[in-house]
Design a protein around this ligand. Sequence first.
Ligand code: XIL
Length: 360
Amino acid sequence: MLRALRNHGRLGRLCAVLTASAGLLTLQTAPALATPDTAEASGVDAQAPARTPLKDLTDNYVGSAVAASALVNENDYRSVLTDEFSSVTAENAMKWSVLEPNRGQYDWSGADAIMDYARQHGKSVRGHTLVWHKQHPGWLNDLSASELRSAVKNHITTVVNRYEGEIRAWDVVNEVFNSDGTRRDSIFQRKLGDGWIADAFRWAHQADPSAKLYINDYNTGWVNDKSNAIYDLVRSLRQQGVPVHGVGFQTHLSIDYSFPGGFQSNLQRFADLGVDVAITEADVRMTLPVTDSKLTTQADYYERLWNACEAVSRCVEFTTWGYTDRHSWVPNTFDGQGAACLFDESLNPKPAYNRINPTA
Ligand code: XIL
């Protein structure tokens, strides 16, 4: 009920219809593509009604991280993405090391490809990420404190300006706390001191006053030292008038651990600070091999994430970190783990998808 009254309403629906038509046009020009609407892809009778895509089940943005290369090179990957999702996040293409590997030499190819796709298909974009202790270029390490400060300001200003008005939300800072709630000892923290986070938000806001600015982190789905530190920081930044608008919960989960206790009420306590909250990088990995019982547990976890976001009125986005097991960071990152996404390698929906989508 609340959800129906909130935000875009009719306009959101109209956009969904227009986007659906755009999806059909794509299909007509590329008839060989496997899509969830084809009998081959779904394994159902051609007469059976097509399922409602995820993006039309909710007023929230439903997103996926995208690998720029897959988006450009794989028609079937692009087609299912277009059908099912209303938002995209660059999995790597907007990270500093990718954009500016050498000082002053920019490579916008991946980021621009994602923005072009989003414009063509009416997708919302989450920008990820402006300042992170990983995937930043090596040349930063050689800078003095004042040079680093200028470089951070210049980076934020350049990137946010380039896509001004087109990126709905930016992960301004990513993973800035340790699990014990102390500040992570990154080059930014070490050389620039505590104030660097407030500065980063102010610079991003100057570059695009319309973008929602987020702090994003993992293992923050329950009340713990890290989530408490983010809570305290956001409250204090807002008291100082720093433009922080949202808190992102990565939610990289594993069925080998229990589901984060009190997940929904934890989202709610952040929302009660007066900011938006978003599930920004959801995936639910498992120790391989896959079994039916593991897929059922995975479905439980995804359903609980989805339902929590639906239940918190300021939860505005449910984004998964990749939507298909064909392209997932999990097997490359966690030994012996995988199968973390909603769709399998062949882009067939898995039990978790069917659990979230009652029309599937
Ligand atoms: C990951 C990408 O998925 C990988 O391809 C890359 O090698 C490393 O980064 N938290 C984040 C994301 O905020 O940027 C990370 O993405 C996953 C963890």
